[in-house]
Design a protein around this ligand. Structure first.
Ligand code: F6R
Length: 241
């Protein structure tokens, strides 16, 4: 594993953007696996800046996102599709029909997951998968479990996640209780994986995930088995390594 230490969140974001920009430049028709959350926002902003400066062309890129809340429409400001559009896709020249996020409006979970696995397979898997790291070691919505889930699946959100999300909705009924997430096998089949982590709050889980035992109780620990993983983290997140 390649570990790159950044001073802070901003430098981490610029370094991650360097890595992704190199991938897009060297293989303009690459497939990027993308994440939502606070970790990649700075990276997306930096990629947008480079695109607007004329240095990065996304016209041939395909993207496949990790996850989506079940029941939320693309127009819902809390959906991950909305996040990707507003934080990234709306500001670059990617063909939106080649950007994939699980279909949150598909009520039949089996169908939603099978459809998404078919999309991943048709795209030939991802060239580069960008990941954030959850406080409990989750990647995508693959939460600590007895086994590593393989393909796309529907997860019941933890009560703490549902409670935390409640503030964004008018009523508890509207808060999503489930999500669709890409499985560990699809993540592991990416040719390259880039993990970005920032902040002291993640120092413990960074140590556990990247130097502890490989166990489904810490889903990110499986990344130790991948042949091409780069971790770009700020010094706060790396302080226990
Ligand atoms: C997002 C995702 C999650 C986040 C993780 C870290 O698509 O799949 O696994 O990457 O929860 O979130 P942040 O970056 O907000 O700390």
């Amino acid at each position: 594993m390649n570990i790159i230490k950044a001073e802070d969140y901003n430098q981490m974001s610029r370094m991650a953007a360097n890595y992704i920009a190199a991938q897009v430049t060297l293989k303009p028709n690459c497939v990027l696996g993308l994440a939502t959350g606070s970790s990649p926002i700075g990276t997306y902003q930096e990629l947008i800046r480079r695109h607007q400066a004329g240095d990065l062309d996304f016209s041939k890129v395909t993207s496949i996102n990790l996850d989506e809340y079940k029941g939320l429409s693309p127009e819902n400001a809390q959906s991950y599709r909305y996040f990707m559009n507003t934080n990234f896709f709306d500001h670059i020249n990617i063909d939106k029909t080649c950007t994939y996020v699980p279909n949150g409006l598909e009520e039949n979970a089996e169908k939603a997951c099978a459809d998404y696995d078919a999309i991943i397979e048709n795209c030939g898997g991802t060239d580069l998968q960008l990941l954030g790291l959850g406080n409990n070691g989750h990647i995508g919505f693959n939460e600590p479990d007895e086994v590593f889930a393989k393909g796309t699946h529907c997860v019941d959100l933890a009560k703490s996640t549902i409670d935390a999300n409640a503030r964004f909705f008018d009523s508890m009924d509207e808060v999503p209780k489930q999500a669709y997430t890409m499985g560990i096998q699809s993540i592991m089949q990416a040719k390259k994986i880039l993990v970005i982590v920032s902040g002291k709050g993640k120092a413990n889980i960074v140590k556990e995930a990247f130097t502890g035992p490989v166990t489904p109780q810490v889903p990110a620990s499986i990344l130790q088995m991948h042949p091409d993983v780069t971790l770009i983290a700020d010094k706060d997140a790396l302080e226990l390594l």
